[in-house]
Design a protein. Structure first.
Length: 271
C-alpha cells in the first residue's frame, strides 16, 4: 500500500508543481502590462492549501490570528511548516538561503516573496531592516527564531535579534506553535533535520498515511510590553513551548474544528 500511495500522491504533487509554475509565469507576464504588480497573497494561499492537500496533511487550527498585520514567530520542524502556516493567513516568510537554491521549489518561494538569509554570514541586520520595511508596508512576516529545524519534541532556544523589527515598526508579535502527530504520538517522519535531503524526505512523507497537524495561535504580544529583549524572548519561548506540550499531551485530539486540508481544503474555521 505504501508504494501505491506514493505513486498516486507523487503524481498529484508533480501535477501541482507544474500548475503552480504555470501560474507564477502567468502572473509575471501580467505584471508586464500593469503599473503595479499583481497581489500574490490570495494566489499563494490557494497554492499552499493545494500543497497541503497533496501532502495529505490534516490541519486543525486553534486560536485566532490578529486582525492587523504582525510579526509571526513559530517553532520550526520541517520545510512543510511553510505551506501549512501559509494557508492559514497571508504571510511573507524568512527562510534559510539553501531553500532558495532548491530546484523549482526555490524559484517558487522567490515568486511568493520569501526573504532569504545565509546563516553565519552577518546578514541579520540587513534582514531585520527588510522585515521592518515589510511590516511598515502592512505586510505580515513569519520568522522561525530557533534558527533551525528540530525534532518537534521541544522548542530550541530562540534568537531575539530579529524580533526587534516588530518593536521598531510598532507591530504586534503573534506566537504560533505547530506540532505533528501520527497514531496519537509525536510524528517521527515529519521532522526535516540533520543531513536529510528534500526529495528523500518528501518521498517518506508521501508513502505514509496522512499525519495530523495542530497549529496553536497564541494571543498577540505588544513588543513594547516586556521590559527587555530577553524578557520578550523568554515570554515567546514559554508560550510556544506550552502550546507544544498541549499538542503532544493529546489535548486537541477530541476537537474537530479547524482546517482539514486532506479531505476538505478551504479556509480555516476559527472560533
Amino acid at each position: 500500500m505504501g508504494w501505491i500511495r506514493l505513486l498516486i500522491r507523487l503524481t498529484g504533487f508533480l501535477v501541482f508543481l507544474a500548475g503552480t509554475c504555470a501560474l507564477a509565469i502567468t502572473l509575471k507576464l501580467v505584471d508586464l502590462f500593469r503599473r503595479q504588480p499583481v497581489d500574490r497573497s490570495p494566489w499563494a494561499a490557494f497554492c499552499f492549501r493545494r500543497a497541503c492537500q497533496c501532502l495529505g496533511f490534516r490541519i486543525r487550527v486553534h486560536g485566532q490570528p490578529t486582525e492587523a498585520h504582525a510579526l509571526y514567530v513559530a517553532n520550526h520542524i520541517s520545510w512543510s511548516d511553510i505551506p501549512i502556516l501559509g494557508c492559514i493567513t497571508p504571510l511573507r516568510f524568512l527562510s534559510k538561503a539553501e531553500v532558495g537554491n532548491w530546484p523549482i521549489i526555490g524559484w517558487l518561494a522567490r515568486q511568493a516573496g520569501t526573504l532569504f538569509i545565509q546563516r553565519g554570514s552577518g546578514q541579520a541586520r540587513r534582514i531585520k531592516t527588510e522585515i521592518r520595511r515589510c511590516l511598515n508596508a502592512g505586510e505580515s512576516v513569519l520568522v522561525f527564531p530557533e534558527g533551525t529545524t528540530s525534532s518537534g519534541l521541544a522548542v530550541l532556544p530562540i534568537h531575539g535579534f530579529l524580533l526587534a523589527a516588530a518593536r521598531d515598526a510598532n507591530t504586534p508579535i503573534q506566537p504560533i506553535t505547530i506540532g505533528y502527530r501520527r497514531a496519537h504520538r509525536p510524528d517521527p517522519i515529519a521532522p526535516f533535520i540533520g543531513d536529510d535531503s528534500f526529495h528523500t524526505h518528501l518521498i517518506r512523507l508521501l508513502r505514509q498515511p496522512p499525519t495530523q497537524v495542530d497549529v496553536v495561535i497564541h494571543p498577540a504580544i505588544d513588543p513594547a510590553c516586556p521590559e527587555s529583549s530577553n524578557a520578550l524572548t523568554a515570554l515567546i519561548h514559554q508560550q510556544i513551548s506550552t502550546g507544544l506540550k498541549h499538542i503532544h499531551a493529546g489535548e486537541f485530539e477530541a476537537r474537530s474544528t479547524g482546517l482539514r486540508t486532506a479531505g476538505a481544503p478551504g479556509l480555516p474555521r476559527l472560533p
